[in-house]
Unconditional design. Structure first.
Length: 166
């Protein structure tokens, strides 16, 4: 190969012999110069992500379990089709509403306070659904569970975004 061909790039232009030509005013601001070393993700972020995923999994698991249990609930509580739909879907609707309320509660009580409140509401909802003797108590328990899920979900989301931005 001749010397001219070796100094030319793919586009036909000659390649520079140095990164900078020595003129300080005309130095190129290369992206490589501005890249910083990537910070290693702390282990706590992975642990928090695991538990957040586990919370989402249990939410989906509850939806599938109540759908399968609705056959038995229909017999036990004498539910009509409308009541079956209410018992299954009221938790999702309440969770959506309380995600908005959870944002305001997060500002007032803080992240830990909202998590404690939502855990207490979860416990009350589980007890209420466990001891329910009629469809109204069952529906109230599902409403409470939806409220706890909505509060916890928004708190979990707000915390995970604040951890990522740090």
């Amino acid at each position: 190969m001749d010397a001219n061909r070796q100094n030319k790039g793919r586009n036909g232009r000659t390649r520079p012999k140095k990164l900078y030509d020595g003129v300080d005013d005309e130095k190129l601001d290369l992206k490589i110069d501005s890249i910083k070393e990537k910070v290693k993700t702390p282990c706590i972020v992975y642990i928090l992500t695991f538990f957040s995923t586990l919370g989402g999994f249990t939410f989906g698991y509850d939806t599938s379990v109540i759908s399968g249990a609705s056959i038995f609930l229909k017999k036990e509580f004498g539910l009509t089709i409308v009541w079956q739909e209410l018992v299954v879907s009221v938790m999702l609707a309440t969770a959506a509403i309380f995600a908005l309320v959870g944002g305001m509660l997060n500002s007032k009580l803080g992240r830990r306070g909202v998590i404690l409140v939502s855990c207490a509401v979860f416990v009350c909802a589980a007890i209420l659904m466990g001891i329910s003797v009629d469809k109204y108590m069952l529906l109230a328990g599902r409403l409470l569970a939806g409220a706890a899920i909505g509060e916890f979900t928004i708190t979990r989301y707000m915390y995970s975004t604040s951890v990522q931005s740090v």
